[in-house]
Design a protein around this ligand. Sequence first.
Ligand code: MN
Length: 257
Amino acid sequence: MSVLSDLLAALRDRTVEVVDLTAPLQADTPVLQLPPPFANASAFGLSEISRYDDRGPAWYWNDIHTSEHTGTHFDAPIHWITAKDGEDIAQVAPQKLLAPAAVLDFADQAAANPDFLLEIEHVRTWEKEHGPLPEGGWLLYRTGWDARSENAAAFLNADDTGPHTPGISVDCAKWLAEESPLIGLGVETVGTDAGTAHSFDPPFPCHSFLLGAGKYGLTQLQNLAQLPPTGAVVVAGPLPIVGGSGSPARVLALVER
Ligand code: MN
């Protein structure tokens, strides 16, 4: 049998399970909120073109309104100034949209401290147990934040000092960008950086270092708890928006049971 017919047989008999890592896209899907004077991305919206009526008697369809960075989405390198001549979302090679995943679970730490930051030492400790981070793969950072995804206030978790959501330290972001074999970083929060990363040096180090190194981001993922620490394959489907800085994406994982 061929590899693909084996895969299809495994999908049919559930030896390989498909886990949906994507948040449903709707008007109340949480969107990053930047303070003034910065401009913000749009919430998701639908506007009806016709619904079996005079405008189209046998068909229903909508226009969609969204930003490139609304809901579960893919950050292309050109999103950040450190990669302003880098790949746009349409230039990401399709082969890179299927890649292995390392899943690091820090949900307990994030529950105890919403400002928890992943450090190099945490990744090194994980590698001692599970082996090296995968070549050309994703680091999927589980923080338990997906449980808050239907409540924008809890998900963004802002107070008068700004948002408080878990992320990655400056040193670890630089190391993942420059020394790891990863293709990118996937998170459950609204963006790849910590809520407090506006005050880091440099600000937003995951965006700055990872996108600057030509790597990618995936955000607002769900169901990472259903993935093993190693062995899952991520299938990410951003739209090929020509010149785009990112795209809403359907993100799936294949898991061998
Ligand atoms: Mn983004």
